[in-house]
Design a protein around this ligand. Structure first.
Ligand code: NAD
Ligand code: GLY
Length: 360
């Protein structure tokens, strides 16, 4: 087992990475301070892993909430079901919430924990590659709004993250690829060596080679933990984790939540950001081709949906947390392995990308 640390003073916490961790009771119990525990999961994950988790919680008073599965259910209304269960069960302030699932469950469970009685402890047990390498680390929690992705939420850090690589065995190939999009992101924004490692090892990752996956999870979490420790609330460098996300969120919202997986939308958005970086004179044609080629190898989409024209893209991109005074701000690449901080983009160049990149 590897143990990394997110350094945030008295709110620091460990990330455990390894095989079979979901069965290690002491990992949970050392982070649960009182009797009441609420496990939040969904209808897909419950039959696979809920019993394994419950087995480790003997001696605690445990209840469960099993939510519907899907990005389209990442809403305030769904979070209300968690509050209903916490209140009906008379959960008090020293209770712990365990979020068992992918990024959707982690974001909603964390948000419920942040809000219930103004904050109860929570533990992240991420079960997708995307959640293990990104969403479970760093304390961004929240839900979508029909007008904008992740627009309602809170920064709220967990007590620990338990990333068990074995649970990825049941993840389908499309979801694995979506997780790889966020893995590639770390290489692009700050870790050229890792990007090159990914180019060399992508077939092993797609074949689910355990060693390769464990390395990719660990290296991604090291990058994420460093960024979060430096800039918890995204006043600076944390924004680089949003490479491709402003385009990607517009695609998710515009196409309807759940049509594209988050990682798929991020893959397309990152290619659009690379194209814009090329128009700025920062990336070469060969750099852009190299980035697109890696996403394609992962079987990820790289072209924006036809129904989103530039006007609709601009409308959707105007609802983004990085924007200031209504001005769209984007993360671009000054080269492969180095991201910019959010920059005001020249609207003509952006429109060129929106009208040209990936269009027939
Ligand atoms: P997800 O949570 O929808 O999970 C994907 C699918 O896989 C779901 O159907 C889920 O039930 C299923 N699943 C999960 N684990 C499984 C397993 N082990 N075996 C079989 N099936 C399994 O999607 P995701 O890609 O994990 O997360 C995407 C969400 O994360 C988006 O809402 C995105 O906005 C959010 N996100 C948040 C952050 C953050 O910092 N908080 C970062 C990145 C993404
Ligand atoms: N996934 C973006 C962040 O954690 O900041």
């Amino acid at each position: 087992m590897k143990k990394l640390q997110v350094e945030l003073g008295d709110r620091s916490y460990p990330i455990y990475i390894g095989a079979g961790l979901i069965n290690q009771a002491e990992l949970y119990t050392q982070h649960i301070k009182a009797k009441q525990v609420m496990v939040v999961t969904n209808t897909t994950i419950a039959p696979l892993y809920l019993d394994k988790v419950l087995k480790n919680l003997q001696g605690f008073t445990v209840e469960t909430v099993i939510l519907p599965d899907g990005e389209q259910f990442k809403t305030l209304e769904t979070v209300t079901h968690i509050f209903d269960k916490l209140l009906a069960g008379k959960f008090s302030r020293n209770a712990t919430l365990i979020a068992l699932g992918g990024g959707v469950i982690g974001d909603m469970g964390g948000f419920a924990a942040a809000c219930y009685q103004r904050g109860i402890a929570f533990v992240q047990i991420p079960t997708t590659l995307l959640a293990q390498v990104d969403s479970s680390v760093g304390g961004k929690t929240g839900v979508n709004h029909p007008l904008g992705k992740n627009m309602i939420g809170a920064f709220y850090q967990p007590q620990c993250v338990i990333a068990d690589a074995d649970v990825l065995d049941t993840l389908d190939d499309r979801q694995l690829s979506a997780g790889l999009a966020e893995v590639i992101k770390y290489g692009l924004i700050r870790d050229l060596d890792f990007f090159e490692w990914l180019e060399a090892n992508i077939n092993a990752l797609l074949a689910r080679d355990k060693q390769a996956l464990a390395y990719a999870i660990e290296r991604s979490c090291i990058n994420k933990a460093q960024i979060v420790s430096e800039d918890e609330t995204e006043t600076g460098v944390r924004a680089t984790l949003n490479l491709g996300h402003t385009f990607g969120h517009a695609i998710e919202t515009g196409a309807g939540y759940g049509t594209y997986l988050h990682g798929e939308a991020v893959a397309i958005g990152t290619c659009q950001a690379a194209d814009l970086s090329r128009r700025k004179g920062w990336l070469t044609d060969a750099d852009v081709d190299r980035i697109i080629a890696l996403f394609k190898k992962c079987n990820l989409p790289t072209q924006p949906p036809e129904q989103l024209d530039s006007d609709r893209f601009l409308e959707l991109m105007a609802v983004d947390k990085k924007n200031v005074n209504g001005q769209i701000r984007l993360i671009l690449l000054s080269k492969i392995g180095v991201a910019t901080l959010p920059i005001d983009v020249d609207k003509d160049l952006l429109i060129q990308t929106l009208n040209t990149y990936g269009r027939k």
